[in-house]
Design a protein around this ligand. Structure first.
Ligand code: ADP
Length: 353
């Protein structure tokens, strides 16, 4: 196990602004995800960590060692790609053996390590199969076995589940985490899929346009998004424009759309001034309908989406639409109803607009 430090690591192409800049440490044994929409620079960062791309500036350290100029094959990383990158006409064992051959591991140890790696990914007994006889999910597990058979210090995964269907994606993500945990390898994972990132990661860096919006554990990112972008990108959120009316050490008073006032928790590093524009992130399950005389928000129900245990309502306010998720209930509001909504102030979060 080893930590990976990215000290102001940046990549710039030509005269463009930097494609990506990051300054953080991924802890030893951690499963860390770079999450963001297409083009945000996450693959570029992963490829710099792997050594396939040279940073324009900054230092990459594995533990205490500066590996910034170390070639990929000397970095002690295993990599899993979106398209598997296997040799299709070779057997499973021959594919998994690749890194062991390069390292000139002797025959007996090689066979034992291949068996062990295949067992770890649930493919014991598949050693003699040809790659082109396997399903996509099985192929990706071979790729995972090939990456971990060399006992790397760092496992790098670039959108490894993108080519699999929904059910296989869920199964394979559990397996990836099991293998990474059991082997005690530091894992760095790239995805654009926020649900996948939330389910798998110890911590997530949320990226957009080469900028790091937030680095935190999934719960923190969900409940305390740093910016409006994070609030919108992670799960479903209502991001309401608000105006700051005033603040003290622990709370900020804001003016909500529709004119109600609300005292919301203040992040320690936030120094809002009266009149500042801000945004309030309210998760749909935090909003609830109320018949009370002074609801925080009012609107008209436009749609209702039944998902089994709960219903998500689309409620339009003047020029805004909010989502409210409520348990499925026979007496729930109907489309066209005027509704009042309220929420627990401790469960909302003020973000930069
Ligand atoms: P992501 O993995 O988040 O989809 P990438 O890291 O692949 O994003 O790319 C980030 C940005 O860098 C994109 O806008 C892409 O066009 C740009 N980019 C990547 N490689 C090069 C290159 N060799 N030359 C110029 N621009 C590049």
């Amino acid at each position: 196990m080893i930590s990976v430090s990215l000290e102001n690591v940046s990549k710039t192409y030509g005269d463009n602004p930097p494609t990506i800049t990051m300054d953080l440490t991924i802890e030893s044994g951690e499963f860390f995800t770079l999450l963001g929409p297409s083009g945000c620079g996450k693959s570029t960062m992963l490829r710099m960590i792997a050594g396939f791309i040279q940073p324009s500036s900054g230092i990459i350290r594995f533990g205490d060692s500066d590996v910034t100029r170390t070639p990929p094959n000397r970095r002690d990383t295993g990599m899993v790609f979106q398209n598997y990158a296997l040799f299709p006409h070779m057997s499973v064992a021959q594919n998994v053996a690749y890194g062991l051959n390069v390292r000139k591991v002797d025959k007996k140890e090689k066979a034992a390590r291949i068996d062990n790696a295949l067992a770890q990914v649930g493919l014991a007994g598949y050693a003699g199969r040809r790659i082109d006889e396997l399903s996509g999910g099985q192929q990706q597990r071979v790729a995972l076995a090939r990456a971990v058979v060399i006992s790397p210090s760092v496992l790098l995964l670039d959108e490894p589940l993108s080519n699999l269907d929904a059910k296989l994606r869920e199964e394979t993500r559990v397996q990836i985490r099991q293998v990474q945990r059991a082997a005690g390898i530091t894992g760095i994972y790239v995805t654009h899929d926020q649900a996948e990132a939330m389910a798998m990661s110890d911590r997530i860096a949320v990226l957009e346009g080469g900028r790091v919006h937030q680095v935190a554990a999934p719960r923190e990112i969900y409940h305390r998004p740093a910016t409006a972008f994070v609030a919108r990108f992670i799960g479903r959120s209502n991001v309401l424009p608000v105006t700051v009316l005033g603040s003290d050490a622990t709370t900020v008073t804001v003016d909500l759309p529709g004119g109600s006032r609300m005292d919301v928790p203040k992040a320690p590093d936030l120094r809002p001034s009266a009149g500042d524009p801000a945004a309030l992130s309210i998760r749909p399950e935090v909003l609830r309908f109320t018949d009370g005389p002074s609801p925080l928000l009012r609107g008209t129900v436009r749609a209702a989406e039944f998902t089994g245990a709960s219903v998500t309502y689309e409620v339009s306010m003047e020029d805004l639409t909010v989502n409210v998720t409520a348990p499925d209930h026979a007496n729930g509001p109907q489309i066209g109803d005027s509704v009042g909504m309220t929420c627990d102030p401790d469960r909302v979060w003020l973000v930069q607009r």
